[in-house]
Design a protein around this ligand. Structure first.
Ligand code: NDP
Length: 481
């Protein structure tokens, strides 16, 4: 059985306790590898190696630092097929998605921040008459912690690690215990790219133990976390008394608002994706669909028809649109929301059942599901389900749909479909979301600020925002005569 190891000081190591966890293939429900159940001692070892590497890495020229990150990006590109296959097997997502989205984005993350750090600049303020010149240094923080979730494993892992390293920090990182494989393979790539020992350290294990050891480590200066809102809340409570810098990218329950004047065919095609891509396990999925009443019945019929055409099955089959959910417990959670929808008076328009795939009978497959809900305040419309499940409702006025869109505790993203530019501006300004997409979805320019409002997070990542997070500003004031 394949053995995943921690990556500490450039070496692959078993956990000190020799304690291991099982790693499942969601497409078959079988254990296929084992991963370290790392303890506080492993995290301490990782921290020490990161601390020892900091002085040299933070003083490495930008040209050299950037060159190594570019090399990592190129190696990820070269190993696209291998990494995509590993991601698909570990997560259950269609191989085609891992090839077209997950792995290319991981290399883009490294390439983008390798460039960005060479363009990052600071401000100077001259106080005329006072004869002083102020300028700001942006210095790396030291050893930082990066913790990422299972839905877009290498994509989100590298989204944190790349800016942290580019800014001159050294890193202790933990991928989700549910999807550790590509993070493990990244260690090999870093060695091949010549990343100095100890600059990046990857420890595997469970959130409440390994993750907790990173968050509560007194000398790890900042935590960049992507995951659930509850976990984020927990992490914030631990980090706050230690005055750690925190970046929290948390859950979402995003509205997809469709006006009758939209480009219908484009909207329908994109809405199918924003509903069910990656089995609906993307924090940005538009899981609450609101449709202007004149279009409602036609849209409902077409969405149901298109949803029924989606093929659920083996992630490695090129014809598959919907792979397996990530784990048994997650499948059960999503199913419990479908049961709840029925109790709350919702109508299951299509889907709702577990799918038994020939040859993969124990895999975690679920039909893509569309639920017509009686009101926007029911729990299935308020709570994050994070699976292939969307709700739909009709609306009559802009005011009404804005109220419904903003009625949740989350504020990550929103999608708006209309050809009316005035309405676009009116609504975009009032939506409580960190990202608003108009006539598109998941359209990402890595220079833009990324993150959520309300319970969807604190802070922004992306572009220079990420480099600002991973550096400490220090103002230097010089008096001259
Ligand atoms: P979790 O919050 O369960 O886990 C995220 C990461 O935190 C994992 O590595 C996990 O480890 C770790 N972790 C869990 N508990 C702790 C703890 N007490 N201390 C430190 N680390 C801990 O989220 P999921 O992995 O279930 O991911 C799904 C969630 O992520 C959804 O809510 C989704 O919306 C959100 N998300 C947000 C995004 C955004 O950009 N805003 C993007 C993608 C997802 P382990 O898995 O080993 O338990």
């Amino acid at each position: 059985m394949k053995k995943i190891q921690n990556y500490i000081n450039g070496e692959f190591r078993d956990p000190i306790s020799d304690d291991w966890l099982e790693n499942y293939d969601p497409s078959t429900g079988e254990v296929y590898s084992k991963i370290p159940n790392s303890s506080m001692d492993d995290v301490e070892l990782a921290y020490r190696s990161a601390e020892a590497a900091f002085e040299s890495w933070s003083n490495t020229t930008l040209e050299k630092r950037s060159g190594i990150l570019m090399k990592i990006a190129s190696l990820i590109d070269e190993q696209l097929d291998r990494l995509a296959a590993a991601e698909s097997k570990d997560n259950g997502k269609p191989l085609s998605l891992a090839i077209s989205v997950d792995i290319p984005r991981a290399s883009s993350n490294f390439r983008f921040f390798a460039h960005a750090i060479t363009q990052f600049s600071t401000e100077a303020h001259e106080s005329i008459g006072l004869n002083t010149m102020n300028f700001t240094l942006r210095q790396p923080l030291g050893v930082v912690g990066c913790i990422s979730p299972w839905n877009l494993p290498l994509y989100l892992f590298t989204w944190k690690i790349a800016p942290a390293l580019a800014a001159g920090n050294t890193v202790v990182a933990k991928p989700s215990e549910v999807t550790p494989m590509t993070a493990f393979l990244l260690g090999e790539i870093c060695n091949e790219a010549g990343l100095p020992k100890g600059v990046l350290n990857i420890v595997h294990g469970m959130g409440p133990s390994t993750g907790h050891s990173i968050v509560s480590h007194p000398n790890i200066k900042a935590i960049s976390f992507t995951g659930g809102t509850k976990t984020g809340e927990h992490i914030a409570k631990i980090a706050a008394p230690m005055f750690k810098k925190l970046s929290l990218e948390l859950g979402g329950k995003n509205p997809n608002i469709i006006f009758a004047d939209c480009n219908y065919d484009k909207m329908l095609a994109v809405t199918l994706k924003s509903s069910f891509a990656n089995q609906g396990q993307i924090c940005l999925c538009g899981s609450r669909i609101f449709v202007e009443r004149p279009l409602y019945n036609k849209f409902k019929e077409d969405l149901v028809h298109k949803t029924k055409e989606l093929k659920v099955g083996d992630p490695f089959d090129a014809k598959t649109n919907i792979g397996a959910l990530v784990s048994k417990s997650h499948l059960e959670k999503v199913q419990s929301y479908i049961d709840l929808a029925k109790e709350e008076g919702g109508t299951i328009l299509c889907g709702g059942n577990r799918v038994i795939v020939d040859g993969f009978e124990e895999g975690y497959y679920l039909e893509p599901t569309v639920i017509e809900v009686p009101n926007d305040l029911c729990r299935v419309n308020q709570e994050e389900i994070f699976g292939p499940v969307v709700t739909i409702m009709a609306f009559d006025t802009e005011e009404e749909v804005l109220k419904m869109a903003n009625s949740v505790k989350y504020g990550l993203s929103a999608t708006l479909w209309t050809e009316n530019i005035n309405r676009t501006m009116r609504i975009s300004k009032k939506l409580e979301a960190g990202i608003v997409w108009v006539n598109t979805w998941l359209n990402r320019d890595l220079r833009t600020p990324f993150g959520g409002m309300k319970n969807s997070g604190v802070g922004r990542e992306g572009g220079f925002e990420a480099l600002k997070f991973f550096t400490e500003p220090k103002n230097i004031c010089i008096r001259y005569d």
